[in-house]
Ligand binder design. Structure first.
Ligand code: FES
Length: 132
């Protein structure tokens, strides 16, 4: 199995690892097959993701995709963060082996879960914002 330089870099030096105290949104997702778990924390200021941190208990690709996903949404609006796809995360990492695609899906889901939690806390139904 061959990983890109970027995947290896984000695995070895993951960006934005940790937790945010008093986060505005927290999302936790898991994959029942591999047992990996991702937790994302976002801080929102004026509709912009001012800070994001993650904790991933999972494989190397799960850590690399979490790290890249946080980099991609930092400084973006919450709506833009909701549009982040696992495909965009994979592209930013120069690809993933086919058996590792689900790890990037977990990263997309974790961000969506954190943003949904943020919307719920604002009294907005997140269902209407997530296009299926
Ligand atoms: Fe399941 Fe990577 S093996 S998230």
């Amino acid at each position: 199995m061959v990983y890109s330089e970027k995947v290896l870099d984000h695995f070895a030096n993951p960006r934005n690892v940790g937790e945010i105290e008093n986060a505005d949104g927290i999302g936790e997702v898991g994959n029942s097959k591999c047992g990996d778990i991702m937790k994302m924390y976002i801080k929102v200021e004026d509709g912009t993701i001012s800070d994001v941190k993650f904790k991933t208990f999972g494989c190397g690709a799960a850590i690399a995709t979490s790290s890249m996903a946080t980099e991609l949404i930092k400084g973006k609006s919450v709506d833009e963060a909701l549009q982040l796809t696992n495909k965009a995360v994979m592209e930013a990492l120069d690809g993933l082996p086919p058996v590792k695609v689900h790890c990037s899906v977990l990263a997309e889901e974790a961000i969506k879960a954190a943003v949904s939690d943020y919307y719920e806390k604002q009294g907005i139904d997140p269902e209407i914002l997530i296009e299926k």
